[in-house]
Design a protein around this ligand. Structure first.
Ligand code: S3P
Length: 178
């Protein structure tokens, strides 16, 4: 349920790593005939290297700066579906910028689902820890209040990407957000 009225009508997917933001965002954009953008993809394209490499070579603070610039850039779009990296909304300025740019839809998944999906751990530098499950639980707890800022929340465990995209469309349409 949302009573907010953002300045622009983008649909912005937030949520933890492995909740399917990119794949679901792409499916949703196709369904709605909208453009799709992905902040991680833009960062990788601009930097000419993978996120894991950016973390390794320049560290997380450098990545977060690049991420903030990209968040500002994509927030200028209109009627797009935007998938954000899982940590983008931890920065309060990014959160406010995204809130003005559209409706925030948080995708969720149980820690077990996240671990199973994040099979390629080298692509998720924050989970490259001796005990990734413990790290997933820790980060989920630490970030819970940020993800709760979303206008809508949709669980992604045991459902297909298309089913989640359908559910998002249904929710937004019910609330007059499409
Ligand atoms: C991060 C999530 C990743 C990527 C980076 C940091 C995070 O994106 O931006 O590894 O802090 O949660 P996905 O959520 O698309 O995996």
């Amino acid at each position: 349920m949302t009573k907010r009225k953002p300045d622009r009508r983008n649909i912005i997917l937030i949520g933890f790593m492995g909740t399917g933001k990119s794949a679901i965002g792409r499916a949703l954009a196709e369904k709605l005939g909208r453009a799709f953008v992905d902040t991680d993809e833009i960062i990788e394209r601009c930097e000419g290297r993978a996120i894991s490499q950016i973390f390794e070579e320049d560290g997380e603070p450098y990545f977060r700066e690049a991420e903030s610039r990209v968040v500002t850039e994509v927030s200028e779009r209109e009627n797009a579906v935007i998938a954000c990296g899982g940590g983008a909304i931890i920065n309060p300025i990014n959160l406010r910028t995204l809130q003005e740019a559209g409706w925030l839809v948080c995708l969720t998944a149980e820690p077990e689902t996240v671990l199973a999906r994040a099979g390629k751990l080298h692509d998720r530098p924050l989970l490259c820890k001796p005990d990734p499950m413990r790290e997933i639980r820790r980060l989920l707890k630490e970030r819970a209040t940020y993800y709760e800022q979303a206008d809508f929340t949709v669980a992604t465990d045991n459902v297909t990407e298309n089913e989640v995209a359908n559910r998002i469309e249904e929710l937004l349409s019910q609330e007059g957000c499409l």
